[in-house]
Each structure stands twice: as structure tokens, then as C-alpha cells.
Design a protein around this ligand. Structure first.
Ligand code: UDP
Length: 236
């Protein structure tokens, strides 16, 4: 499957059309960005790592019956996916307090939640992705309201599957962000990527942060963290 024309370029990926109107190619760039694009850098090898990790995760989820846009990995930096109609909402699942919720609710970083928390955010960089509720999804027509419960259920299933696999590898899945859309078949599915750019993953023993927080807060070599996650996952 060959890349044709560039349809969209985002901060971390480029979307290309293919000869099949129902399929597109995601190209994972070697660009890191944080704080709504305010902090940026080129990180050689990041695209390939995110593609490898994301492909592996979508394959694991498919085996568990969790639908995504993933078809197959085409090359180091390219993934073939179904073309989807994206919803303008981000779904975040949290097991442990970190990031925006720590500031928003005055929690202590590292505090473990009694049960996973699911939150909705409006995907809008200019507004800094504000926290929203179902009423806002309806008001702004971000996604079909009747699909929100299915999205939340899928998000919790993803959390169960990934948390278990990660914990077997000595990794703690702190939180992650999912995006959803409608496939050409009409099915609701996970879209975008699931990678250390969109998750928080800590070493279960030492608490070392292995995800994009390394870049956000200059905690150490970004790729070392990503490589460590992939290395442990490959031992699945
Ligand atoms: N996240 C993401 N994209 C966003 C916002 C958040 O992938 O636009 C991920 C982030 O990496 C973390 C989780 O979602 O794993 C929760 O992020 P949070 O709300 O704490 O915001 P942040 O601290 O990233 O600003």
C-alpha cells in the first residue's frame, strides 16, 4: 500500500490517502511536542517507537475484541488504518493521580484511585482541551450522545487489558488518553495512537517515569523511556 496525497499533518503524525478510499496511512513523525505545541523538539527515532508500541497495543486489544482503526504496521514509521470519522472528544482513564487532575482537584501525585476514573475532554488546542461532561458533548455535537456509554465501557476495558499486561512487566499504567471515531463499516472504534505520548507509565518499583513527562519536564532521555516500555512489552 503506497502513500498518495497528504490529507492532514498534525504535531506527531501525517495522514496520507491510499488507492483505497476507505484506508489511510499514518506516518509517525520524529517530533515531540507538549503544552499544546508550546514546547517542541525533533527526537530521532521517536516515530518508529510510537508506531511499534501503538501497533502492538492495537493488536493486543484486537485479540480481546476491542475494535480500533488499526489494520497493520507497514514500515518503521507507517501504520495502515481504516479511514474514520473522528469524534471531537478525548477520553482519559486514570488509575493514579498525575498531570492535570493533580492541579485541578488538589490531589497528591501518585495517589492511587479506588476505581479507575473516566473523564471527557474537548479536543481543542486553542482552548487547551477543557474538561467537559456529556451535556457539552451534546451542545457542541462532538460525538453521538448515545455512543458515550460505549466509549466509556471500551475505555475501561482497554484499561483492564493494558493495566494487567503492564503490571506483569513491572510497569504501572497511571493514565492514558483515547480517541474514538466511526469506521467505514459504521462501527465505533479507537482511532489515533496509544503510545507513551498519550499514556503515563511508571516503573512499578522505582516510580521512574518512562513516558512523555520526561520531555514535558526534562526528566531524562525521552527515547530511553519509550525503548524501555517497548523492550518490556516485547517480552510478552
Ligand atoms: N493526553 C494526551 N493528549 C492530550 C492531553 C492528555 O495524550 O491532549 C494524555 C496524557 O499524556 C496523559 C493523560 O492523557 O497520559 C492525562 O493527561 P492530563 O489530563 O493529566 O493532562 P496533561 O498533564 O497531559 O496536560
Amino acid at each position: 500500500m503506497e502513500k498518495r496525497e497528504k490529507l492532514y499533518e498534525g504535531k506527531a503524525k501525517i495522514v496520507y490517502s491510499t488507492e483505497d478510499p476507505d484506508k489511510v496511512i499514518l506516518f509517525f513523525k520524529d517530533e515531540a511536542s507538549a503544552f499544546d505545541g508550546v514546547k517542541k523538539a525533533t527526537v530521532r527515532g521517536k516515530g518508529a517507537l510510537n508506531n511499534a508500541i501503538s501497533s502492538m497495543i492495537f493488536e493486543i486489544l484486537a485479540k480481546k475484541g476491542i475494535k480500533s482503526h488499526y489494520i497493520r504496521k507497514l514500515s518503521d514509521n507507517e501504520m495502515l488504518v481504516w479511514r474514520a470519522k473522528p469524534y471531537g472528544v478525548e477520553v482519559v482513564v486514570r488509575n493514579v493521580a498525575a498531570g492535570s487532575i493533580v492541579k485541578r482537584l488538589g490531589l497528591k501525585e501518585g495517589e492511587k484511585f479506588k476505581k479507575p476514573l473516566v473523564e471527557l475532554f474537548y479536543k481543542n488546542d486553542e482552548l487547551h482541551d477543557p474538561l467537559i461532561c456529556e451535556a457539552h458533548v451534546e451542545l457542541l455535537d462532538l460525538a453521538p450522545l448515545e455512543e458515550i456509554p460505549s466509549m466509556k465501557e471500551m475505555a475501561l476495558r482497554v484499561n483492564e487489558v493494558l493495566s494487567r499486561i503492564f503490571s506483569e512487566k513491572g510497569l504501572l499504567l497511571v493514565d492514558f488518553k483515547l480517541e474514538f471515531g466511526k469506521l467505514p463499516s459504521g462501527e465505533l472504534a479507537l482511532i489515533d495512537e496509544i503510545s507513551p505520548d498519550s499514556m503515563r507509565v511508571w516503573d512499578a518499583k522505582t516510580g521512574e517515569k518512562l513516558d512523555k513527562d520526561r520531555f514535558r519536564f526534562d526528566l531524562g532521555d525521552l527515547l530511553e523511556g519509550y525503548r524501555e516500555i517497548l523492550r518490556r512489552m516485547e517480552g510478552l
